[in-house]
Design a protein around this ligand. Structure first.
Ligand SMILES: *[C@@H]1O[C@H](CO)[C@@H](O)[C@H](O)[C@H]1NC(C)=O
Ligand SMILES: *[C@@H]1O[C@H](CO)[C@@H](O)[C@H](O)[C@H]1NC(C)=O
Ligand SMILES: *[C@@H]1O[C@H](CO)[C@@H](O)[C@H](O)[C@H]1NC(C)=O
Ligand SMILES: *[C@@H]1O[C@H](CO)[C@@H](O)[C@H](O)[C@H]1NC(C)=O
Length: 968
């Protein structure tokens, strides 16, 4: 039921209630059915029809109870009711309710004419394929039909117009094509019609106006065109009307004024034109009005201020002009107000001070002028305020942070003069602060308070392109969550504080260019190991570039041009992509880059990344001879290890530079490579989508995960994109690289590195491969997975909870090296979902607490990891999981018996290691989440276990490990 559409759920519950709890209805209808000629239908015939259908379906545990020996009335998902037949009232099957039951197959195999008494069918969230059989229309009694979230294609059969008792019809999230049949207008009892997210074309049929009982109509996210029919104004009971994300054009019809019960009107992402109709003001029940991304013109009608129940108003991305009517200040319940990307001018009305429950206000990309009203300080619930790109002037209100809730404050590209309110230091929750491109002048210490260091949550700080002078505050180094720091294009002077080197999470950008900075570059900057874009250009830095820069292994740009630097440029991976332009206009930089002079004393070979790190990794007391020997051994090893994967490595770079240009992938390239997602290319499927193997132009292989459409926030493109951006920045040697994504009206898909051997589960199931997977390899896989999870939990910002760690999501390459896949998909798709455990997570790996709480923590992942470790040790899914918990300290006894017998039996050292793995796994499987370790503890325990006391281990093995770890 939930699958029809989350937003209209209350109405659906009502609809289902009507269906299930009105037995009189059934009697009545059964009589009617009798007249239709089903009088002789026995329960046995109904059973036979269901059993036949079962025999055509893929195996699904949900159907285990469907057996010939038992009555269908006792089967899972099947319900019977007494129906009147002549003078008798025998039982008949009246309901099939199996949402999310893993049903694979075709609806066409179900003999509907044998089940004439069905009044309820809920098969949402399954894998039904093929077309909707027209024969379904023979179910004259059916009141509730939900086939949402399946793989149905073809047209909606026009015969469905005969199902006169339908109260709710849900076909959302399928691949249905063709027009909406006009005959649906005959379903006069219909209260809910949800066709959301299909590929339906053509106009909205006028005949739908006959559905006068309709309370919810959702035709969003398809390819519908033409105008919104004026006749929809006849649907006076409508409380929800969603037509968003189609290709509808023309004006918003005046007849909608009759929809006095309308609570939510969403017409966004169409081509609607004309003005915002004044009559909307009569729809006084409206709580949500969403019209963004259309071509609406003219002013914002002041009468919108009459919609006092409104809590969500989004008029952004249109061509609205004029000023913001002061009446908007009457919308005292408004929580989200978006007027951004229009041509709105004038000042922000002082009446905004009344909007005291407002949480998000975005007015960016308009032509607003004048100061921010002082009264803004009343908006104590504000979480987000974005005013970027207007002509606002004056000072920022001194107590803009009064409520302490502000997380995002961006006033960039305006004419604010400052001072920046000192009260800013009370913005403890602030994550993003943008002031770029204003007219803020004077000493930075007057603006940015020394207490800045207390803003511990700050992730984005942009004060670039102003006229700030003075020294860069040392305190910046305490904002340790910073991901992005831009202070470029000011007149800042003095040294670059070495405390900047503390910002180890800095990842996106550090831009200090075009200032008057002097002195040497601090070696501590080398700690910024995940930084990608670093601009030091157009300053007066002198001295040499610290060798520590070689450990900034994530850098894609390092611009030091226009300074007074001299000496060798950094070596390492960066150099492979270096542009000569980054180093020009200095005092005397040299290095192995065409256009620069060769340094007099440069060592001859440094093609191999990591050499410098290696040198650093080895402490000084170790003799020079050892360094040389170790270095060459390492180089040989890297070289040797590299060779089979060499092509992959270059391909990766290739792909990154071509596709990641603006984060979007070539949609055509992927659809062509998979022949429009043909089944032939499927290599797997999971909770969130189907995975295809695609060979792109140029021959490189990628794995494409086509996401099942989801109902939540489908239209919140921005959020989807920003989540994906976070994921794309993740890099770890044991995490499958996400190259990019595509977000298209028809499909959303993610593109990952293709890992050739497939998943751990399949490997363990294969007798030959399981034999090859010896104990050393198994231990290494466990360590690598633990390290990658530790990285996701502790080193990513925000931390990423995987939510679906299983042996299916751990991929192996030809060398049996492990990669975690599918990280974060859950987060992208259902950010705050309370019922995720139904969807995310795999049965058997889900932490027990999720049966009674929906709070997802890192400890849920830890539990799943424990299951996987046991699975690796036992060579199969540990079915006897529960009993392990009770084994407690005595597990040692059990280990011998449970070991996978297929690899050659473990050596004494390996046995110890296995025992350690089991110990860790059992700790992870504790029922109480509090008693489970964190991944950090797990990982440390596992690496400590490595044969560190074994003299036989060559020294270089450690050094190599350390270097490669640094690359994450
Ligand atoms: C369903 O099962 C119960 C016991 O398992 C039995 O008493 C009952 O008669 C069964 N109902 C039908 C309709 O077979
Ligand atoms: C479907 O069921 C009806 C009624 O039991 C029966 O007459 C008909 O033969 C069945 N059709 C098929 C294809 O099994
Ligand atoms: C249903 O609708 C179609 C088209 O609007 C119409 O021709 C037909 O007579 C209506 N009635 C039935 C029972 O199909
Ligand atoms: C809408 O209602 C009006 C007045 O009741 C009626 O004249 C008109 O035919 C209806 N339109 C449709 C398409 O049913």
């Amino acid at each position: 039921m939930a699958t029809l559409h989350a937003k209209v759920e209350p109405i659906l519950v009502l609809a289902l209630f009507l269906v299930l709890f009105q037995p009189c209805l059934h009697f009545l209808h059964a009589d009617a059915a009798g007249r239709h000629g089903h009088g002789g239908m026995s329960l046995r015939a109904q059973q036979a029809a269901l059993l036949h259908w079962k025999s055509t379906l893929g195996s699904s545990p949900a159907l285990d109870s469907w057996q010939r020996q038992t009555s269908p009335c006792n089967w899972t998902g099947v319900a019977c009711d007494a129906v009147r037949r002549g003078h008798r009232t025998p039982l008949a099957v009246t309901s099939i309710s199996l949402p999310n039951a893993g049903i694979h197959g075709r609806l066409g195999e179900l003999n509907f004419s044998a089940l004439p008494f069905l009044s309820n069918i809920d098969l949402g969230y399954n894998s039904l394929q093929g077309e909707i059989p027209p024969a379904i229309a023979s179910l004259h009694e059916l009141s509730y039909l939900d086939l949402g979230r399946n793989w149905l294609h073809g047209q909606i059969p026009s015969e469905m117009g005969n199902m006169g008792h339908l109260i709710a019809l849900g076909l959302a999230f399928n691949n249905l094509t063709g027009c909406i049949p006009a005959s649906l207008g005959n379903l006069t009892m219909l209260a809910v019609l949800i066709l959301h997210q299909n590929m339906l074309t053509g106009p909205i049929p006028e005949e739908l106006a006959k559905l006068t009982a309709l309370e919810a109509l959702d035709l969003g996210s398809s390819l519908l065109s033409g105008q919104i029919p004026d006749s929809l104004g006849n649907l006076t009971k409508l409380s929800i009307l969603f037509l968003y994300s189609n290709q509808l054009s023309g004006p918003i019809p005046p007849s909608l004024v009759n929809l006095r019960n309308l609570q939510e009107l969403e017409l966004d992402d169409n081509h609607l034109s004309g003005g915002i109709p004044i009559f909307l003001a009569n729809l006084t029940e409206l709580s949500k009005l969403v019209l963004y991304e259309n071509q609406l013109t003219g002013p914002i009608p002041p009468s919108l201020g009459d919609l006092t129940r409104l809590n969500y108003l989004d008029l952004s991305q249109n061509q609205l002009a004029g000023s913001i009517p002061s009446e908007i200040g009457n919308l005292v319940d408004i929580k989200i107000l978006r007027l951004s990307v229009n041509m709105i001018s004038g000042s922000i009305p002082a009446t905004f001070a009344n909007l005291t429950v407002m949480r998000k206000l975005s007015l960016f990309d308009n032509m607003l002028s004048g100061p921010l009203p002082r009264e803004f300080a009343n908006l104590t619930r504000l979480v987000e305020l974005t005013l970027v790109n207007n002509s606002l002037s004056g000072e920022l209100p001194s107590d803009v942070c009064k409520g302490g809730n502000l997380k995002v404050l961006n006033v960039g590209v305006n004419m604010f003069t400052g001072p920046i309110p000192r009260s800013l230091k009370t913005c403890r929750s602030l994550k993003s602060f943008g002031l770029a491109s204003n007219q803020i002048t004077g000493d930075i210490s007057r603006h940015i308070p020394p207490e800045l260091g207390r803003m511990r949550n700050l992730q984005y700080l942009d004060i670039s392109i102003n006229n700030l002078s003075g020294l860069i505050p040392q305190e910046l180094g305490s904002c340790t969550k910073l991901l992005s720091l831009k202070i470029n294009h000011n007149s800042l002077s003095g040294d670059l504080p070495m405390t900047i080197g503390n910002l180890e999470r800095l990842q996106i950008v550090l831009d200090v260019s075009s200032n008057k900075l002097t002195g040497g570059l601090p070696a501590q900057l080398g700690n910024l190991a995940i930084l990608e874009f670093f601009n030091l250009s157009h300053n007066q830095f002198n001295g040499s570039i610290p060798t520590s820069f070689a450990s900034m292994v994530s850098l894609s740009t390092l611009d030091v041009s226009y300074n007074n630097l001299e000496g060798p440029i950094p070596t390492g991976r960066l150099l492979q992509n270096a542009s000569i332009g980054w180093f020009l206009h200095n005092k005397g930089l040299c290095g192995n880059l065409s256009g620069l002079p060769i340094c007099p004393s440069t060592p001859t070979t440094n093609h191999y990344k990591g050499k410098n790190s290696l040198v650093l990794a080895i402490s000084i007391p170790v003799g020079i001879v050892i360094i040389i020997i170790a270095t060459s051994v390492v180089i040989m090893i890297i070289h040797k290890k590299k060779r089979p994967q060499k092509t992959t490595a270059t391909d990766r770079k290739d792909v990154l530079s071509v596709w990641n240009f603006d984060g979007k992938l070539a949609f055509e390239d992927i659809t062509r490579a998979t022949e429009n997602f043909s089944d032939r290319y499927i290599i797997g499927s999971g909770g969130y989508g189907t995975v295809y193997k695609a060979q792109l132009q140029g021959g490189r292989l990628v794995a494409v995960k086509k996401l099942h459409p989801t109902e939540e926030d489908m239209n919140d493109e921005k959020r989807f994109l920003s989540e994906i951006e976070v994921l794309m920045k993740i890099r770890h040697r044991s995490i499958v690289k996400l190259y990019g994504f595509c977000s298209h009206p028809m499909y959303k898909f993610l593109v990952y590195d293709y890992i050739d051997r497939g998943n751990l589960h399949a490997t363990l199931e294969n007798e030959e491969l399981a034999k090859d997977l010896d104990w050393q390899k198994r231990a290494t896989i466990t360590r690598d997975v633990a390290q990658a999870m530790y990285y996701l939990h502790n080193e990513c910002n925000p931390p990423i909870i995987h939510r679906d760690i299983t042996s299916n999501n751990i991929l192996l390459d030809t060398d049996f090296k492990a990669y975690i896949s599918d990280f974060g998909t859950a987060r992208v798709i259902k950010p705050d979902s309370s019922n995720w455990s139904e969807l995310a997570g795999t049965y058997g790996y889900i932490a027990p607490e999720l049966s009674y709480t929906s709070v997802i923590t890192t400890k849920c992942d830890v539990y799943s990891f424990g299951v996987v470790v046991l699975e690796i040790v036992m060579g199969r899914y540990p079915r006897e999981l529960q009993s392990f918990a009770s084994l407690g300290e005595n597990h040692e006894l059990a280990i011998e018996d449970m070991l996978d017998q297929r690899p050659s039996s473990p050596t004494m050292v390996e046995k110890k290691e296995i025992s350690q793995l089991v110990e860790v796994a059992l700790a992870c499987l504790q029922t109480s989440p509090q008693s489970r370790p964190e991944m950090q503890d797990v990982y440390q325990k596992l690496i400590r276990r490595r044969p560190s006391n074994s003299i036989a281990t060559p020294f270089h093995a450690y050094a190599l490990e350390e270097i490669t770890d640094k690359e994450v």
